[in-house]
Design a protein around this ligand. Structure first.
Ligand code: G3P
Length: 212
């Protein structure tokens, strides 16, 4: 199981780098556009702040452009790179071409059929947008999305990763359903930690306890 940071802000990556329990960083074009630095500089700085994977999403729309862009990303991120690819016909083709050499993640996946194709194309990850699926898909489809994607990937080496997770409650729902990887905004990662009863217990130990 792994928790990742969904952000391209250097200050946020710095914050989680001190915690030691966040396993990597996911970005997307919108997050990179808001980082305040160039995408190249942002990616290099993010990579220096995590020993884990840094996800970069291709912006080219045609196959040749995607392959070239993945090569440029690999120069910046080396072995830390996971290329995020949109699930378009060209995107699946790019994943099939790249996945032997570079870890690929098909992103913004909204159906188990897309997960099936991602797995067949050799993707390491399938990324679903959980909150968006819950709010935008018909109820029956959204209720089954996680279970059906897990079933589509079962027995393979392709992992389900959930993004668009808006609360600790949604994170737990996803874990309960069997999702191994969650990428969360800083606010949700922070919100996983405290509980008033833990705080109360800590204060009691501080007041009445002894230690070495
Ligand atoms: O990384 C992208 C994903 O987390 C999307 O989140 O909040 O735009 O649905 P959101």
């Amino acid at each position: 199981m792994s928790l990742l940071l969904d952000s391209a802000r250097i200050s946020e990556a710095e914050t989680v780098s001190h915690w030691g329990w966040v396993g990597g960083i996911t970005t997307n074009p919108a997050l990179l556009a808001g980082s305040g630095l160039s995408p190249t500089e942002t990616l290099a700085r993010l990579a220096s702040l995590t020993p884990g994977p840094v996800f970069y999403q291709l912006t080219a729309r045609d196959l040749e452009g995607m392959l070239e862009e993945a090569g440029r990303a690999a120069k910046i991120l080396g072995d830390q790179l996971v290329v995020k690819i949109m699930p378009t016909p060209a995107g699946f083709q790019a994943a099939a071409r790249l996945s032997e050499k570079i870890s690929c993640a098909l992103t913004a996946v909204f159906s188990p059929a897309q997960a099936l194709v991602a797995q067949a194309a050799g993707a390491r990850f399938v990324i679903i947008y959980y909150h968006r699926a819950r709010t935008l898909l018909p109820e029956a489809e959204s209720r089954q999305l996680v279970g059906d994607c897990l079933a589509a990937l079962s027995g393979s080496e392709t992992h389900l990763l959930a993004a668009s997770v808006k609360s600790p409650h949604e994170a737990i729902e996803l874990r309960r359903a069997g999702v191994e990887y969650l990428t969360l905004p800083l606010s949700v990662l922070e919100a996983l930690v405290p509980h008033p009863l833990s705080e109360q217990a800590a204060q009691e130990f501080q007041k009445h306890g002894a230690g070495i």
